[in-house]
Design a protein around this ligand. Structure first.
Ligand code: GLA
Length: 386
């Protein structure tokens, strides 16, 4: 549901009383264009921040607690401020907020009693990074006027995710939420933690299609993939002792020694190494305005996730196969962690209407589910908005 700042402030006042005027913060979700599961292998990723975002309204309070209401879940929790440093996860939405609060306390940022209202328009389980949007919006809100370097805010959000929520994810989602820019994709180097903005062709629409399925396998498979990549690195070190992560291996080097790597880690490594290379390739194609090449890279990336990384599923493969047959669609691929969520599609502007209606009819006919479509204009990163 699209949110407007005035509505959130109104909700905040209804919920917590009309005392002081809350401050309002926004942090976007993201859609990754290419470079999937490459971030924790210290390679490149290429996301854009979305208009769809999480909003956090915040005002000081006198009850000694951090009190948080989620509009989306319709539930509230509170914790005494002096207990935040020792807080434990409970396995629900509140972990994203509390994880960030705990990391701030542990980073030496004292928190004072306050009320927070969290409202997000980033669909959960969609691969569009709803969790990073909550984390980063919460971090900005709790920091208020206190300054922390933007990169440190992204890293703090990632720590909340890996050490509190318990998913050993890379830096992409929080980075994109902090550093998003209107009109541009962000080419992130996940080793040096630096980025370049890349403007995208104007005669191209980025359409995300939500399959509305999320197979449970997701978080355990994520852990497995992280471990398999480490196994691949260990096997590669037999031939190239200087290699520290899959980022250090070129495709040519890999092809010389791949026979020496056990079959499963070999396939995982092939995906990571090739998808990292596809990031600068996609950026170059975007700069050269080569839409056909951009589309080819999308499809190659999808095949790599489908067969080598094995993180796709029937619903997503169906959406990709159908999409790339529609005239005016340059390419399609799954985006995000995998096992459901969204595809991302490069579509000519005048083909968008047919794209939506054909894909909707086909997907409903096959799976009985009406997919959701999001027109993804690259948007700005997190900020205070009121
Ligand atoms: C999830 C993680 C990211 C990244 C993607 C896959 O979104 O949070 O760090 O690994 O999966 O590219």
């Amino acid at each position: 549901m699209a949110l407007v700042p005035g509505e959130i402030v109104k909700l905040f006042k209804e919920r917590f009383g009309s005392g002081s005027e809350p401050e309002l913060y926004r942090a976007p979700g993201r859609v990754n264009l290419i470079g999937e599961h490459t971030d924790y292998n210290l390679g490149y990723v290429f996301p854009i921040a979305l208009e769809m975002a999480c909003y956090v309204a915040i005002a000081p309070a006198k009850h000694g607690k951090l009190r948080v209401y989620s509009r989306d879940v319709g539930s509230e929790f509170a914790i005494p401020v002096n207990e935040i440093g020792e807080a434990k996860p409970v396995g629900s939405w509140r972990d994203y907020v509390l994880g960030v609060a705990r990391e701030l306390v542990r980073a030496g940022v004292p928190l004072t009693p306050c009320d927070l209202l969290v409202a997000s328009e980033v669909p959960t389980g969609s691969g569009l990074s709803s969790s990073a949007a909550i984390e980063i919006a919460t971090a900005f809100a709790l920091l208020g006027s206190r300054h922390l370097k933007p990169l440190d805010i992204a890293l703090l959000g990632q720590r909340a995710e890996s050490q509190f929520v318990g998913v050993p994810s890379g830096i992409m989602d929080q980075y994109a939420s902090v550093f998003g820019r209107k009109g541009a994709a962000i080419q992130i180097d996940c080793r040096s933690l630096t980025h370049k903005y890349v403007e995208l062709p104007h005669d191209l629409r980025i359409m995300a299609v939500n399959s509305l399925v999320k197979h449970e396998l997701g978080s355990s498979a994520y852990r497995d993939r992280v471990a398999e990549c480490q196994t691949a690195v260990a096997a590669i070190q037999e031939s190239y002792p200087e290699v520290k992560s899959l980022r250090d291996v070129s495709l040519a080097q890999f092809e010389q020694i791949e026979e020496s790597i056990p079959a499963v880690p070999r396939r995982r490594a092939r995906h990571v190494i090739s998808d990292t290379q596809r990031v600068p390739d996609l950026a170059a194609a975007a700069r050269a305005h080569d839409l056909r090449k951009m589309g080819e890279l999308f499809v190659a990336s999808h095949r790599s996730m489908q067969y080598d990384y094995e993180i796709s599923c029937d619903e997503i493969d169906f959406l990709v196969e159908r999409a790339i047959k529609i005239p005016g669609v340059y390419g399609a691929r799954m985006t995000g962690g995998g096992f459901g969520g969204c595809t991302v599609n490069l579509v000519a502007p005048d083909a968008v209407a047919d794209f939506e209606s054909e894909l909707k009819t086909a997907y409903m006919g096959r799976f009985g589910i009406e997919p959701a479509f999001y027109d993804c204009e690259p948007a700005a990163g997190a900020a205070r908005i009121a």
